[in-house]
Design a protein around this ligand. Sequence first.
Ligand SMILES: Cc1cc2nc3c(=O)[nH]c(=O)nc-3n(C[C@H](O)[C@H](O)[C@H](O)COP(=O)(O)OP(=O)(O)OC[C@H]3O[C@@H](n4cnc5c(N)ncnc54)[C@H](O)[C@@H]3O)c2cc1C
Length: 418
Amino acid sequence: MHVVVIGGGVMGVTTAWYLREAGFEVTLLDAAPEPAAGASHANGGMLHASHAEPWNTPGVGLDLLRYLGREDSPLLMRPRALPGLAGWGLRFLWHSRHSAFERHALVNARLAAFSLRETRRLSRELADEGLAFDFRESGILKIFRDPDSLARNRSAAEAMQTEGVHFEAWDTEQVIDREPALAGVRDELCGGLYFPDDAVGDARRFTAGLLEIARRHGLRYRPATRVRRLRTFQGRIDAIETYEGPVAADACVVASGYEAPALLRPLGLHLPVAPVKGYSLTLPMDAELRLDLPLIDDASKVVMTPLGDRLRLAGTAEFAGRDARMEDRRAANVLAQCRRTLPGLPAQFDHETMAPWAGLRPMSDRGTPILGPTAVPGLHLNTGAGHLGWTFACGAAAQVRDGLAGMAPEDSLAAFRL
Ligand SMILES: Cc1cc2nc3c(=O)[nH]c(=O)nc-3n(C[C@H](O)[C@H](O)[C@H](O)COP(=O)(O)OP(=O)(O)OC[C@H]3O[C@@H](n4cnc5c(N)ncnc54)[C@H](O)[C@@H]3O)c2cc1C
């Protein structure tokens, strides 16, 4: 059986690997000339089952209003994005009801915990084949300045324990003891939650490395090949039309990130995925600026991730339509937010040493990824992972493989289907 996977980001490449490993003939088509050119390029690097809640938390509507037009906010709505977001935006708010949010948080946590186990397995089993991606099983520390927020996060973490997400509550002294780089903000902190099973790694290195290994195992890879249309015959997928000509297919997996809805529309399928922009900076980590534990600062919603000898700073959620341009002031805002946590960071934003980057997360309206078979025979999905795509990559790929091989347990994909 020949499966065509569309999209060379972390979701597409990982799916292609899992399918190839299971014995499928696989062709990977990507519009970009190299892997991980989209949202997977320089993300926060966090593999965090602990952070599996959707972004549409109860009260997100008020947050959006509060931050409207504020360039220094973690959440920014650009007026030009509003027309394109109308339907998606209303459903995004609808899914922020307590009951929906809690249900989606739990299914995400289960998938994320499974995915981390799969990432560990791949890292171990493929190390001899050269898979290296600055993977570190360091755990992740979330720090708090507001006792109410700490209490809320602690009870959310307690609820997730049933899904295999473990945590330790640390007081401020323990936080500083374990991460001395936070000594400068000791007086502002009220404690932290440490998630020992979380990890970090470089999604771009993972994607490019896994692709190379998959090619050695027989994966056909066609970069710079944009898909124009999915072709059906008697109602089922029979070919993928690209601008370079058609590719025959028995089935396909659409993993084309925020661009996926356009491919499904002509088949009468509505895929509720929208782009949400984010920024990152990558700095060399030197003796003055050493961070041991990956950090999430609850107050500013930024992440600080040691990746080998580099430090990745990432954050912001911007509804800006399909505009992936890097804007200096938004990147500088990520730096300023991170300096509130790590005062030793340089004060000046600098293109040369900080490798600023912007990417568009493919975000589903309900806050879970959209995975598995659809109403069109032969058409499968792996998109909509939003702020959690790197965390979900291996678990989602395993689920999609099971859906294609007909080996998915009855209810395992139900929560994620279109
Ligand atoms: C600033 C930032 C920080 C983040 N931090 C984290 C984090 O710490 N942890 C975490 O788990 N997640 C994080 N994420 C989210 C994660 O990076 C994304 O969810 C993930 O990269 C999405 O991967 P993808 O493969 O679905 O999409 P992409 O990486 O965008 O890949 C989509 C691919 O599809 C291709 N494509 C599109 N249309 C077509 C077409 N018609 N034909 C052929 N190819 C096509 C594109 O060329 C692209 O290569 C972050 C994201 C951002 C932006």
